[in-house]
Design a protein around this ligand. Structure first.
Ligand code: PLP
Length: 358
C-alpha cells in the first residue's frame, strides 16, 4: 500500500508532547497536586444519574455559561466554553486566523499558541522577551507594527517563565495591537492581577480583549477538559460558529457548573500552593541555581554548577519528574518545577540539594 502524504506544512511540525514517565513525584505538567473536593464528586455522581445519555447535550452549554458569567460578573453571551482552553485557542484561530493572516507572540511562551496557529495555517510573527523574560515594549511595538496581527497572544502568568503581565502592560499592548489581544490566564488565580478587570472596566479597547481560562490547573480538573473565554459577545459568536456541533459533552458541562459551587475550596488550594511556591523559591535562593520570580504554580530555574540534562536525570533517579526546558528556544539550561504537595516539594528539594552537591 502506498503511504498517503499528509499536508506538507504538517510534516514539518512536531507535535506537542510532554513525556510521561512513571515516577513517585510528578512535577512536570503544572497540574494541581490536590484532587477536587469530595462534595463536588458526590454532586457530579448524582448529576450523572440525571443525564439523558441518549440525547445530545445542550449545544450552547447555557447553564454552564450562565454559571461562569455569574462567577465573573458578565453576561452569558460573553462566555464561550470548549474542551480545554486549547480548544478555545483553536476556535479563536479558526475564526480569526488562517491563510494570509498573522498572529503575534513573544517567546519564550506557551508552545501551543504557535503550534495551533501553524495547524490553522496562520502566519506567526514573534519577538523575544527581555533578559528577565518581561515583555520589552519596544519589541512588542515593532512586531505589532510590522505584522499587523489579527491576534496578539499574551500568557499571564507566562508559561514557562512564571511572571504575570502587570495590568499597565496589558493595557499598553491592547492600545498598540491592531486586532484582538488574547490573554491566556491558565494560571490566572495564582497571580495578583487579571486582565478580566480590564474587560469589566470597559473602555474603548475592551471589545478587542479576550481572556482565556481553564479548569485544568487551579480547579484540579485536568481530566475533564474544560476551558473558556470571556470576551465581547461578537468574539464568542465567532468561536461558536467554528466549534463542532455538540463539542462539549453533558458530563463536562455539569462538572464545570458544579465546580463553581466550590470556588472557596479552589481558592484554599491556590493559597496553599502559593505558600509552597514561596517556600520552594526561598530554598532555591540558597542553592546554586538561577531562578525567576513566579506568579504561577511552577518555577523556572537554571542550575549554575551542573548541566540541566544531568540534573534532570539525577532528579529522575530520585523518582522526581520535572520539565526539561533546556532545548526550548530562549531557555537554555532551564528546568521547570511544578509546585506539589509539601511532601512532594520536600522530595524535590532534597533531590535537588543532593544533585547540585555532586
Ligand atoms: C496548561 C495550560 C493550558 C491548559 O490547557 P487546557 O487545554 O485547558 O488543559 C492553557 N494555557 C497555558 C499557558 C497552559 O500552561
Amino acid at each position: 500500500m502506498r503511504r498517503v502524504p499528509v499536508r506538507p506544512d504538517l510534516a514539518e511540525l512536531s507535535g506537542y508532547h510532554s513525556p510521561q514517565v512513571d515516577v513517585e513525584v510528578r512535577l512536570n505538567t503544572n497540574e494541581s497536586p490536590y484532587g477536587p473536593p469530595e462534595a463536588w464528586l458526590a454532586e457530579l455522581r448524582d448529576e450523572m444519574g440525571r443525564i439523558d445519555f441518549n440525547r445530545y447535550p445542550d449545544r450552547d452549554a447555557l447553564e454552564l455559561r450562565e454559571a461562569l458569567a455569574q462567577y465573573h460578573g458578565v453576561p452569558a453571551r460573553q462566555v464561550f466554553c470548549a474542551n480545554g482552553s486549547n480548544e478555545v485557542l483553536q476556535c479563536l484561530l479558526l475564526a480569526y486566523g488562517g491563510h494570509g493572516r498573522s498572529v503575534a507572540l513573544f517567546e519564550p511562551t506557551y508552545a501551543l499558541h504557535r503550534h495551533i496557529a501553524s495547524l490553522t495555517a496562520t502566519t506567526v510573527a514573534s519577538g523575544w522577551r527581555a533578559g528577565d523574560y518581561a515583555l520589552d515594549m519596544d519589541v512588542v511595538a515593532r512586531v505589532l507594527d510590522d505584522a499587523r496581527p489579527v491576534i496578539t497572544f499574551l500568557c499571564s502568568p507566562n508559561n514557562p517563565t512564571g511572571r504575570a503581565e502587570p495590568p499597565d502592560v496589558v493595557r499598553a499592548v491592547l492600545g498598540r495591537a491592531p486586532g484582538l489581544v488574547v490573554v491566556d490566564e491558565a494560571y490566572g488565580q495564582f497571580a495578583p492581577a487579571s486582565a478580566l478587570d480590564l474587560l469589566s472596566g470597559g473602555g474603548p479597547d475592551a471589545p478587542r480583549l479576550a481572556v482565556v481560562r481553564t479548569f485544568s490547573k487551579t480547579w484540579s480538573m485536568a481530566a475533564c477538559r474544560l476551558g473558556y473565554l470571556v470576551a465581547d459577545a461578537e468574539v464568542v459568536e465567532a468561536c461558536a460558529s467554528v466549534a463542532l456541533p455538540y463539542h462539549l459533552d453533558a458530563l463536562t458541562q455539569a462538572a464545570g457548573r458544579l465546580a463553581l459551587r466550590h470556588a472557596d475550596a479552589m481558592e484554599a488550594r491556590v493559597a496553599l500552593i502559593n505558600e509552597e511556591r514561596g517556600r520552594i523559591a526561598a530554598a532555591l535562593g540558597e542553592l546554586p541555581v538561577e531562578t525567576w520570580p513566579s506568579d504561577a504554580n511552577f518555577i523556572l530555574f537554571r542550575p549554575t554548577t551542573r548541566r540541566a540534562g544531568a540534573l534532570w536525570e539525577d532528579l529522575l533517579g530520585a523518582s522526581v519528574l520535572v520539565r526539561d526546558c533546556s532545548t526550548w528556544a530562549g531557555l537554555a539550561e532551564c528546568l521547570r518545577v511544578t509546585v506539589g504537595t509539601p511532601a512532594e516539594n520536600d522530595r524535590f528539594l532534597a533531590a535537588l540539594r543532593a544533585s547540585v552537591a555532586r
